[in-house]
Design a protein around this ligand. Sequence first.
Ligand code: PHE
Length: 340
Amino acid sequence: MENSIREIREKALAGLAEVRDTAGLEQLRVNILGKKGELTGILRGMGQLPADKRPAMGQLVNEARAAIEEALERRLSELRAREKDARLKAEAIDVTLPVEKRTMGAVHPVFSCMEEMIDIFVGMGYEVVEGPEVEFDHYNFELLNLPKNHPARDAQDTFYVDDNIVLRTHTSPVQARIMTTRRPPIRVICPGRVYRADEADATHSPVFHQMEGLVIDEGVTMGDLKGTLDQFAARLFGEGVSTRFRPSYFPFTEPSAEVDIPCANCKGAGCRMCKGTGFIEVLGSGMVNPKVLDMCGIDSRRYSGFAFGMGIERMALLKYNIPGLRLMYENDLRFLSQFR
Ligand code: PHE
């Protein structure tokens, strides 16, 4: 028995040196000192010894136990320290590493231009109103003095959903909705997407954006329209830019005018961009046709108003001097990131 005690003691101490982690150490402790451990087994066997040998043997076991426990304790703190070191090392962050650069998104030029246009009109006291993109024929055409079979309907290549529903071809149906639901004074702008069955090319896209303007009150004149648009052009394109009105035709305005600004490229001298005219057409406008006012339930003998509608892409092309419409839709980051 003496020998096995010594053996156990030596084996334990040797095992301690070899053990690599706290889990292994615990296993070792259980194997030797646990309930079913080797040393515990010896203690149990003591009952079989003659009574006079028990005290000496008991002392031997206790010494072995104390020695092993002390060694275990020492090894445990050693291994704990080592494991903590390893964990700290694994969790370490090198604060001197270069930071990964994150690129910020940018507002699309169509939208930054639209926001600027909205700001200008809001500054003049206009309210922003939106309407549905899938629209009744009634608002898109009929209330705007474009009855079925009216020849001017051909000018707008319409996407029909069914006989009575279209993808709106302009933002003008929003003014029809406003005029049927509100009473003057009215002063609104209506930005939004519009649709036309056009092939996409340098100047066309089946989807684009427009902004409608509508003012109705007593005594509103074409002079107010001209003053408003001059003010708008100067704010958007720069001091000194004013508008030129050309007589035109829209069924919902009478009289109607197409509005030009001087060509920024040649300053009015005439170049390829303005086809030699020195001017670039930017929008359609006019005095709200009294027939339209009456159809919408606004008394045309008492009230008058003006309306205008412009393409936002076209404004953005001119404002940022962008050479073609396609760039607006291709989502080429090399192009878009310049607007950051
Ligand atoms: N709705 C017309 C268009 O899309 C523009 C316009 C609006 C003209 C308001 C006159 C008045 O071409």
